[in-house]
Design a protein around this ligand. Structure first.
Ligand SMILES: [Mg+2]
Length: 374
């Protein structure tokens, strides 16, 4: 293949986080190498049991890229849309996200500039970050409260909790009250309902928790249910967040047209790529809807892309961090960013700025594919 000479993909093994808080899911990382030896890293968002499937899509798409004259993130974006034929699915969309991310890494390394300087002439210095407290262990209120206080002392600017996880409506209220009392009213408290099937759950919970002033109400129903989202937004008066598992610009246009959200949280490793993410962000700005990216990813490659993206666009606010994933990521990479006092700032390096230790990544992976491209 012209320009690209090699593709490698890794799927990391699932493991318990160092602090025991949660089981860290497998991650899918991609490296493309050019004829001149420049390496571009990408990462695809994956849902359970699909990691190898998404990896296969990435390999097939990279083969299809051979027909692109003048390969750039933009020409790849056009080709990917052509191939998708208006039917992407999240796995295809995650695959294109990873490839486009690695092309951006390559192109900014060629320019010897951090990625944010390719996306903006004047990027912001930093972006605030909030902490996600998700754990499949269903922590009780006491444990969750201790976690929230500890994350606040680490400087995180907001705390996200899942009040309905394993709780009834009244227990959810108690949970929100407990956490709000511990962290005070100054700190944004985000409530993620994780898309219950029943619209009435969000409507029933809202009046119970309103006095605790949640900063936002995330996925009160699935992101595809645009009319329900719009209705819940009007009925509850809460700031609605949606978009983490959605993709394709037409979907986000519909959400905006229906006034179904106050904040969108597309995931840079799932939405299709940085170009689509930028368009969604610009369209949102026209409707006074902000972007607070979701990032249920490794906190290495995709998180670096998210942070470069956030500082490159004025319509972004707090970016999502899974705090316990960071020590996991540090086992195979030097992060491309620093988090200090609740703000993330990219390191002054070309591209995404992530430096991966290949032998460590290899040791932590359950699947590795390496192919020469000619
Ligand atoms: Mg969520």
């Amino acid at each position: 293949m012209k320009y690209l000479s090699r593709i490698e993909t890794w799927v990391t093994k699932s493991t318990l986080s160092d602090d025991g808080w949660s089981e860290i899911k497998p991650f899918l990382l991609l490296k493309l190498t050019t004829d001149s030896g420049i390496e571009g890293w990408g990462e695809a968002f994956t849902l359970p049991f699909r990691e190898k499937g998404v990896s296969e899509i990435i390999h097939s798409l990279v083969d299809a890229m051979a027909s692109i004259e003048n390969l750039t993130p933009e020409t790849f974006n056009i080709k990917a849309k052509e191939i998708a034929d208006k039917h992407r699915g999240i796995d295809f969309s995650a695959a294109t996200s990873a490839i486009e991310m690695s092309l951006w890494d390559i192109f900014s390394k060629e320019e010897k500039k951090p990625l944010s300087y390719l996306l903006s002439s004047k990027p912001k210095a930093k972006v605030s970050v909030y902490a996600n407290t998700w754990s499949e262990k269903c922590p009780n209120n006491i444990t969750l409260g201790q976690r929230a206080v500890s994350l606040m002392s680490d400087g995180y600017q907001g705390i996200k909790i899942y009040p309905l996880q394993n709780r009834s409506l009244s227990q959810a209220k108690e949970c929100v009250a407990h956490i709000r009392n511990l962290i005070g009213f100054e700190t944004p408290l985000m409530l993620d309902l994780a898309s219950p099937d029943d619209d009435n759950l969000a409507l029933s919970l809202a009046p119970l928790i309103k006095e605790y002033r949640p900063y936002w109400y995330e996925e009160p129903v699935d992101g595809q249910k645009i009319r329900s989202l719009a209705s819940i937004r009007i009925q509850t008066g809460l700031k609605i967040v949606t978009g983490e598992k959605q993709f394709e610009i037409p979907h986000f246009k519909e959400v905006l047209a229906a006034s179904a959200a106050d904040i969108l949280n597309p995931d840079i490793a799932a939405v299709g790529g940085i170009i689509d993410m930028t368009e969604i962000t610009n369209l949102s700005a026209k409707k006074s809807v902000t972007i607070s990216p979701h990032c249920w990813n490794s906190m290495s490659v995709a998180a670096a892309a998210m942070i470069h993206f956030c500082i490159s666009n004025s319509n972004t606010e707090m970016a999502e961090i899974y705090p316990e994933y960071i020590s996991h990521a540090l086992k195979f990479c030097d992060l491309g960013f620093k988090i200090k006092d609740g703000y993330a700032k990219p390191k002054d390096r070309p591209g995404l700025g992530v430096v991966i230790n290949i032998s460590s990544l290899m040791a932590m992976s359950s699947d590795y594919k390496d192919r020469k491209l000619n």
